[in-house]
Design a protein around this ligand. Structure first.
Ligand code: NDP
Length: 321
């Protein structure tokens, strides 16, 4: 099969297309013939070595396709089922072997490209708005990179829960997309100090929660944008890692800080199915819109990473396997 491989961490050029044997599904596993692999920022961290993986490896943490074969002891998934998953390595390939317990059946109403697009970023938006800081009607949320893959979904789910959403973006086109997703106010954080804008928009109070995936360049002002006892949810570092900080900075507003990961919010199968099925249901009835920026062929993985890291995408980037 064709697969993208990384032998040494580095830039996008560290990814090469190679021929590999099709994996054998082990006990409890299913072999999935992938239709699409989702491209996510975590793939960049794996490729660059920020989150080291044993070498060599096949990047990609998310995909959707059709079950080709099952290993021993698998009874909940059958050959021919349409399935999707997130948080399992090796999806920049034509086939992947996945523990059946991590696979979610994809309803007929949801095309496989949309399923691949929504597993990792959608379930992230779900846990952030429903579990990490469960938004309530009237809460004010600041969502950074509001036109990103997670961002456009996060804005929609925050609105669904009745929050007022202030989104940050870098371009007019991204502002339009974030507004279409429901953002109430947009701040161009590359042009103006977003903390000043947030304080102005909230009458000096600050927001109840900041969902910050940008990291290094936004961290300080995100904390300063919170109301007293608000919550800073630092869930990514697209601009680079946050330097170590003194807990006393949280004391300025008695604010809460958390650094959540999807894995801890879908560890139980029940929780995985809750989040994925909510998303599929809302997509099926047209209440959640998934924007696919583009789908590139598998061999264009390098280009995909350049686009994502270069802030050139809005919504989801896919590889067609
Ligand atoms: P995005 O589609 O959001 O792409 C990143 C966006 O971040 C860019 O489009 C850009 O938007 C913004 N950005 C701001 N500064 C920079 C910079 N210096 N370099 C690159 N981008 C920048 O990516 P994803 O939706 O895949 O992921 C978003 C973040 O969420 C990532 O940090 C990822 O690691 C994290 N994440 C965390 C999870 C968790 O469970 N903890 C799960 C899923 C994702 P703009 O041009 O508008 O500024």
């Amino acid at each position: 099969m064709r697969a993208i491989r990384v032998h040494q961490p580095g830039g996008p050029e560290a990814m090469r297309l190679e021929e590999l044997p099709v994996p054998e599904p082990g006990p409890g596993q299913a072999l999935v013939r992938l239709s699409y692999a989702g491209v996510n920022f975590i793939d960049v961290y794996h490729r660059s070595g920020l989150y080291p993986l044993p070498l060599p490896f096949t990047p990609g943490s998310e995909g959707a396709g059709v079950v080709e074969a099952v290993g021993s002891g698998v009874d909940r998934i059958r050959v021919g089922d349409r399935v999707a998953y997130a948080g399992v390595p090796g999806s920049y390939a034509e086939f992947v072997a996945v523990d059946a317990s991590r696979l979610v059946p994809v309803p007929e109403a949801v095309p496989l490209d949309v399923a691949a697009a929504v597993m990792l970023q959608g379930m992230t938006a779900h846990y952030l708005t429903h579990s990490t800081y469960p938004l309530e009607v009237g809460d004010v949320a600041l969502v950074h990179a509001a036109a990103g893959g997670v961002g456009l979904l996060l804005v929609q789910l925050a609105k669904r829960r009745g929050a007022r959403v202030i989104g940050t973006v870098s371009t007019e086109e991204k502002a339009r997309l974030a507004r279409d997703a429901g953002a109430d106010e947009i701040v161009f954080y590359t042009r103006e100090n977003f903390r000043d804008a947030v304080l102005r928009l909230t009458g000096g109070r600050g927001v109840d929660v900041v969902y910050d995936s940008v990291g290094r360049t936004t961290f300080d002002d995100s904390l300063a944008s919170l109301r007293p006892r608000g919550m800073m949810v630092s869930f990514g570092q697209s601009s680079g890692p946050i330097p170590p900080f003194d807990p006393l900075v949280l004391g300025r507003g008695s604010v809460f800080f958390t650094r959540p990961s999807l894995a801890h919010y879908v560890a139980e199968r029940e929780e995985l199915l809750w989040r994925a099925n909510d998303l599929f249901e809302w997509i099926g009835c047209g209440e959640l819109r998934v924007r696919i920026d583009r789908a590139l062929p598998l061999e264009s993985a390098q280009e995909a990473h350049r686009l994502l890291e270069g802030r050139k995408t809005a919504g989801k980037l896919l590889l067609e396997c």
